[in-house]
Design a protein around this ligand. Sequence first.
Ligand code: GCU
Length: 613
Amino acid sequence: MKRLLASLLLIIPAAFSASADNDVPQVANVLNRHTTSLNGKWNYIVDVQEEGFYDYRMKPNRWGFFLNAKPQKPEDLIEYDFDKSPSMNIPGDWNTQDDKLFFYEGTVWFKRSFSWHPSSDRRTILYFGAANYDTHVYVNGTHVGHHIGGFTPFNYDVTDLLKDGDNVVIVKVDNKRRVENIPTLIFDWWNYGGITRDVLLVDVPTTYIENYKLALLSQSEKKGKVRLIDFSLNLNKAVAGQQVTLSIPELKVKQSLQTDKDGKVSTTLRVSKLQLWSPDSPKLYDVNLVCGNDTLHDAIGFRTVETRGKQILLNGEPIFLRGISIHEEKSNGGGRANCTEDAHHLLSWAKELGCNFVRLAHYPHNEYAVREAERMGFLVWSELPVYWTIDWTNDATFNNALHQLNDMVARDQNRANIIIWSIANETPHSPERDSFLSRLAKSARALDNTRLISMAMEVTSADHYHNRLQDNMNEYVDVISFNEYIGWYRDVNDAPKMTWEVPYNKPVIISEFGGGAKAGYHGAENQRWTEEFQERLYKENIAMLDKIDGLSGTTPWILKDFRSPRRVLFGVQDYYNRKGLFSDNGDKKKAFYILRQWYDSKKSASQNNNKKK
Ligand code: GCU
């Protein structure tokens, strides 16, 4: 029995031996705060068998990698040394920085030293824009937190762990796919692993602004020329009587409020001469917040979005969403996109296509991308990676999805351009799936009732040429969105014969349609993989979809060829999904021009309608 107990003890992760849970709620608007960047070269150790985490042998000199141990005597045995290990650029996935890790799915440890000089009455928050997927963080050998999820920020108050002088942060990232994860075991994109977004030390006072929200109330609530803006803010502490000052100089707003016993304030602002945010006029206002020693600036746009029957209304006017789907992948041949320049490059292609809308698939993209889209005038569909065959009956999986939803909304709730929160993509129908998603949809609406809720559904055809959408989730969403692949996965020649039935009095978005082509491969239009095949597919799908009653937008699949381990056709796919309108080298395919022509016609029609008013 003793041996059994001893062996069980051996597998207790040594990593938790010195642990403090420093997890604090997400600090909003970090990019506009005073930060010290830890981006740059980090040493790394690939740890296939979790050597550095589980102390199977319990040898006296057995050290977990998180301690960054060094031999003290010549005879000491330490079987790792970060400082002698290779380094890679952070933020950045490991797959495209080390050929040996291109397909790797497992644990990699990262180490960064930095010097620090703590100052009194300040706190230091260690912030990660994201790390994919299962992450443990250690500061000077102490475990400060464990985060699950690959696409949303997380942060820890490490103030009391920092030393005056040299400090070490060590991060363990494990990107293994697991059935209980969000996303689950299978998904059609590259499982880029690592610290994929910024690492920052955020400097805040002991009492600081944790989050806030400014939202223009809907058209129906305006009082003539006067517009109403809801404002709410919460501090990191439940302290009453703190003075919070909000100013929006251009709107002649300056309000001082006192926090309540929960450290919160809220009010409704009355403003006039408000210039609304829209794709054609992406107006952002300087917003300043002050609370004690904490000052924070943001750039915020004001608009309303709602539905009326089968129409989507932006600022009270019907809008057609000329969209495109985008994966978060650099435009120059792969790797996780993670900065403004990456986003600007991809969004410039979308602008060239004539888009006013982007579906940031299939997970929350980095904050730079959302803010750049806002500046450039793109409406945004932001999505949770609740993708395909999720473990619907697993409570931990639901809580994971809920956590990622909360983090997505907390980070971006002030981005005027986000109009849709999407809670899922192509999830097989079942009572368990309906239960999971309906709870998630209700949570999304409770978190934020100023945006539309949707999800990418699947079409169930009533008979061969008649396509009928039927999804129990219709009552939980504001917009009926679905993916269809007529011309690619089915009915290659039958798009012109197809009719559609969407039996719900709600707007319709086609969240995916499209087909593959290898850029530069030309031939007959019935020859799979030619640009001509894709071009014909777009022509026929557009003609077919344009007849759908209530069609309010499309986000064809996809802007750019992207890496996927599921696409293995040698010489054609080569681990790329080739449905892009741009190749992975940035070459336009012929279908690009078909979609642009259609969007140009949609834009002209909209301008003519506006002139008639
Ligand atoms: C699905 C899925 C995408 C995938 C696409 C495809 O609709 O939502 O993630 O890449 O089909 O098969 O190319």
